[in-house]
Design a protein around this ligand. Structure first.
Ligand code: FE
Ligand code: FE
Length: 165
């Protein structure tokens, strides 16, 4: 069995890779967005995500460890699904759903990481991880708000109109 510190370092390496994958995926999500507030939301979160990578560098430093990356297959899958939706021109509602799946994954990862940093008596790491956790939660909340502003409604009405003919 791994020690908690080993588990902590493994999960950090996983999320480090996940964030780097996201810096490549978010520009494509922004480009595919119809709604201006959704597009600027993705652009803002790209900047935050670049900072999440830097913060993880600082976490590794605070722990006195070399930064390590481990392929995050879960994020790869989530991003692949997002890419399919872009390909299919599935629309903003589908993009928001894909993005929220990503944020919830990150919230789960950072929630555990922050708790473990506290348990392992690493307050600097805990503080850095909590800062990112809060940004992921705020992004999720912002996506909720955009989702509630009737995205894809026009297309939906069009289909409705057709089906009534
Ligand atoms: Fe992030
Ligand atoms: Fe995020």
């Amino acid at each position: 069995m791994n020690t908690l510190r080993e588990t902590f370092l493994n999960e950090l390496a996983d999320v480090y890779d996940a964030e780097k994958q996201l810096t490549r995926a978010l520009p494509k999500m922004a480009k595919a967005s119809e709604d201006d507030s959704l597009r600027s939301g993705f652009e803002n979160h790209l900047k935050e995500t670049e900072n999440h990578v830097k913060r993880l560098d600082q976490v590794f430093q605070a722990l006195g460890e070399k930064a390590k990356s481990k392929k995050c297959k879960a994020m790869q899958g989530l991003i692949e699904e997002g890419a399919e939706l872009i390909e299919e021109e599935a629309g903003d509602a589908a993009l928001i759903c894909a993005a929220q799946k990503v944020e919830h994954y990150e919230i789960a990862a950072y929630g555990s990481l922050r708790s473990w940093a506290s348990l392992l008596d690493e307050p600097e790491a805990a503080k850095l991880l909590a800062a990112t956790l809060n940004e992921e939660k705020a992004t999720d909340q912002k996506l909720n708000e955009i989702a509630e502003t009737a995205i894809n409604l026009e297309e939906g009405e069009e289909e409705h109109a057709h089906s009534r003919k």
